[in-house]
Design a protein around this ligand. Structure first.
Ligand code: SF4
Length: 517
């Protein structure tokens, strides 16, 4: 077979039958990649054996690179269509499928249930109220390859979180389930119709369904909500086909009534605005509830080499139980490391370029994959996020280590890089010819999910990355000077105009002068 110069994928009839419901390639448009492969890592759970095979696939077909996505999948690029049957076969052998990735289709349809985001340390996290793993499994067993849910008007995103960290970001999901208590009874609350993208009606924070869902009702609620999307979301145009548009048109009350009509019973009412999110995160080394430890490795932007994947798998095997997890912040976790094995594991990880040192910004910041994407391939958001964090760590120092702030960098308004819900957001504004140094971004401030959710707001016009990192540093220094440990404290105390004036001080060379007055 000759060189693959088109986007078409050749499958024989048997392969087509075997793979059509569970496997597909997505369309790329940057860095010379025509297709990507998004491996659905259910529950974010990947064994050392599976990770080693993914490393091999990456070597053979993906130029030795892999990316963890914000839905805990693992993505390879530079995949050629002619290799699809071999790759799908090998994924099937290790028990993985792929997302359906219907973004290349210009009309509504081909929407599947995307990888269900779940707390990566479910079953291990000390503060969790419910171990959600059986619930996630039940949903995955039902939705994956289920023909009834593969041609919805558009994709449907579900998350379920087990503790007050809500690292799955419930409020940007079509259906975000989060743990909540009613009279000391743990169950779930739900937010619906959240999304950061540009499809109508634009970026929306998920709205509270205001019901209490018993753990044994979760599957039914998820199934019926997906059916409501499938049967009632618009098929008129792609722009109107997301579930958030139906939530906008119908309102929460009508959606809830429809859900209850389908369930054949009323759900218990409970008022909330969203998940109560604490300041705690799954950062670095944390003790599990069984006394072992997990190591959360920050992979800023989610990009790893095949060698790093392979070594992470070996280290997990040697020092832990061989179980790993991918996280919604695109990081990688090694589970079940005994206290006496921690030093050895951390040393080996560091040698592999997987250091667990640095500020918590490294675990909680995101940059989109713009350079592979048709929307804005000229931006380098992952590199920009890294550059800002390194600048802050170098110049602010130790005080930054436990400072609470999230940075999100996106190439375009689809906002895969989470500019909207981040304390500090950057949105691509214009590009130059010399990579990161010549790109310009618009700076946004103040976004946060949780009980008082809001999207960040534009602070300023277009700025170079060099200016922006100085502006962010000045704001952080001001906040630390006020003895804050959370960026939101500064945001709440000052108006946008005041924040802008402070941010510009150092760019104008006046910050030191101002500090000494
Ligand atoms: S935010 Fe835009 S540029 Fe970045 S990955 Fe998403 S669609 Fe592409």
């Amino acid at each position: 077979m000759g060189e693959d110069n088109s986007r078409s994928i050749e499958l024989d009839v048997d392969d087509l039958e075997r793979f059509k419901l569970r496997y597909s390639l997505g369309q790329d448009d940057g860095r010379g990649s025509k297709h990507f492969l998004r491996i659905k890592v259910t529950e974010g759970a990947v064994s050392s054996r599976q990770l080693t095979e993914i490393a091999r696939l990456s070597d053979e077909y993906g130029r030795g690179k892999a990316w963890i996505t914000d839905r805990q999948s693992i993505q390879l690029h530079w995949i050629e269509g002619r290799h699809a049957p071999e790759i799908f076969s090998r994924l099937e052998e290790i028990g993985f499928t792929t997302d359906k990735c219907g973004q290349a289709y210009p009309a509504p349809g081909y929407g599947d249930v995307r990888n269900i985001c779940a707390c990566p340390v479910a079953g291990y996290e000390k503060g969790e109220k419910i171990d959600v793993r059986p619930l996630v499994k039940e949903m995955n067993d039902f939705f994956i390859g289920n023909e009834d849910f593969l041609d919805m008007p558009k994709k449907f995103k579900i998350s379920i979180s087990a503790c007050e960290i809500d690292c799955v970001r419930s409020q940007m999901q079509d259906l975000g389930l989060f743990t909540i208590e009613r009279e000391r009874r743990p169950g779930f609350g739900a937010v619906i119709g959240g999304s950061l993208g540009v499809a109508q009606p634009g970026a929306v924070i998920g709205k509270p369904l205001n019901v209490f869902i018993e753990p044994d009702e979760v599957f039914e609620v998820a199934k019926n909500m997906a059916e409501i999307h499938r049967d009632h979301s618009s098929t008129e145009s792609v722009a109107k086909a997301r579930f958030k548009q139906l939530v906008r048109e119908w309102g929460v009350e009508k959606i809830r009534s429809k859900l209850e009509e389908k369930l054949g019973r009323k759900l218990e009412r409970l008022k909330y605005s969203g998940p109560e999110v604490s300041g705690r995160e799954h950062v670095g080394v944390q003790e599990q509830k069984d006394g072992n430890f997990y190591i959360n490795i920050p992979v800023l932007g989610g990009g790893l080499s095949s060698e790093q994947l392979r070594r992470a798998a070996e280290i997990a095997e040697e020092y832990g139980s061989g179980d790993l997890r991918t996280t919604p912040y695109q990081n990688l976790i090694l589970l079940n490391v005994a206290e006496e094995s921690l030093d050895g594991a951390l040393t080996e990880l560091k040698k592999t370029g997987l250091s667990v040192e640095g500020s918590r910004l490294r675990w909680e910041s995101v940059g989109c994959a713009s350079d592979f994407c048709a929307s804005s391939p000229e931006y380098h958001p992952k590199a920009v996020a890294r550059e800002i964090i390194e600048h802050l760590e170098k110049n602010v120092g130790k005080e930054l280590e436990d400072y609470r702030m999230k940075i999100g960098v996106s190439g375009c308004p689809r906002d895969c890089g989470l500019k909207g819900p981040s304390d500090i957001g950057l949105l691509g504004a214009s590009t130059g010819n010399d990579g990161v140094g010549s790109e310009e971004y618009r700076l946004y401030i103040g976004g946060r999910f949780g009980a008082d959710p809001r999207f960040s707001k534009a602070l300023d016009g277009e700025r170079s990355v060099d200016d922006i990192k100085i502006m962010i540093r000045t704001l952080v220094e001001k906040s630390l000077e006020e003895e804050h440990d959370d960026f939101q404290e500064l945001w709440k105390e000052l108006s946008s105009q005041e924040l802008k004036e402070i941010a510009e001080l150092e760019v104008e060379g006046k910050w030191e002068e101002k500090k000494s007055t």
